[in-house]
Design a binder for this molecule. Structure first.
Ligand code: NAP
Length: 284
């Protein structure tokens, strides 16, 4: 039976650190604050927002919401970003993406003040992930994967790692972060030939494909550590990952469940970034 890598165990440790950092800021009269910009009423955005605001409340971080209609113009959205950029009380900003198609996502993302870019929206922050320089903050989801590996003492040095998915939000930055941890990394995508044999060779597998249950036991082998980033709703209306947990679990050494794995850690990483942004502003 595989060991479960539980988000709540990682989150508990992260939250302790965050609470202590919040207390230090509060002594100086600073309340770290997250600005949330949401366009439209996408169900998964609303559910992530609910999780983020609950976590903020638990950890003593304030939040302010900017809710905009689906047909918001680019000019109106840029005005909101300008407002949060200039608001000294807001330390970090979460903007839900993808944005509706009529908006130029790249222009909007890069309008954000890099100091408030707590989820790696701007090109500068993303460059930081690839160059290894500390520019802005890394994206929360791949960082959550690294927090899970660190928490469970999984040493990546010299290990073969496979990342399934090459999005800029998860797959590519996750691969760079694994390289930084001295793993030898392969990225798989829809054009990868004979993916099962590539994935089976890995010691560490991070799956971010956005397809329910796409990785089953035929892709996996004994001794592997599997981190499932996927969040999908299956035919029975239940949350599930990109890994077929029932088939994978008997084969591998350790695995994150969905729900209860990466998702909850991501939320704490986000709140931790807001607190860090407030700390950096105070120290500046
Ligand atoms: P995305 O932008 O849709 O990218 C999916 C990637 O997976 C693409 O690179 C695609 O390859 C690849 N892919 C899709 N099907 C594949 C297959 N059958 N075999 C191999 N590769 C395949 O998705 P994303 O934004 O990276 O998100 C990935 C998953 O993570 C989603 O389920 C999302 O809901 C979840 N997510 C979770 C969190 C969290 O906090 N837990 C946060 C963000 C996202 P091509 O490039 O060739 O198309």
């Amino acid at each position: 039976m595989a060991k479960q890598l539980l988000g709540k165990e990682v989150t508990a440790a992260l939250n302790d650190k965050i609470k202590s950092n919040v207390a230090q800021l509060q002594e100086k009269g600073i309340t770290p604050t997250l600005g949330i910009i949401r366009v439209g009423e996408n169900g998964s955005d609303i559910s992530y927002e609910r999780g983020a605001t609950k976590r903020c409340e638990t950890l003593g971080v304030a939040f302010e919401k900017f809710l905009l209609p689906e047909d918001v113009t680019e000019k109106e959205l840029l005005e909101v970003i300008d407002k949060v950029n200039k608001d000294d009380k807001i330390h970090g900003v979460l903007l839900f993406r993808p944005l509706p198609k009529h908006l130029n996502q790249s222009v909007i993302e890069n309008a954000l003040d890099p100091a408030k870019d707590v989820d790696c929206m701007t090109d500068g922050s993303m460059a930081g992930v690839f160059t290894g320089k500390q520019i802005g903050f890394p994206p929360c989801t791949p960082q959550a994967c690294m927090e899970i590996l660190d928490h469970y003492g999984i040493d990546c040095t010299g290990k073969k790692a496979v990342v399934v998915g090459r999005s800029l939000v998860v797959g590519k930055p996750a691969a760079m972060m694994l390289v930084k941890k001295n793993a030898t990394v392969t990225i798989c995508h829809t054009r990868t030939v004979d993916m099962p044999s590539v994935v089976r060779e890995a010691d560490i597998v991070i799956v971010a494909a956005g397809r329910a249950g796409v990785i089953d036991d035929t892709y996996l082998s004994a001794g592997q550590i599997v981190i499932d980033v996927g969040i999908n709703v299956n035919e029975e209306g239940k949350l599930c990952g990109d890994v077929d947990y029932a088939k994978a679990e008997p084969v591998v050494e350790a695995i994150t469940p969905v729900p209860g794995g990466v998702g909850s850690v991501t939320t704490s990483v986000l709140v931790g970034h807001v607190v860090e942004a407030a700390t950096r502003k105070f120290m500046a």
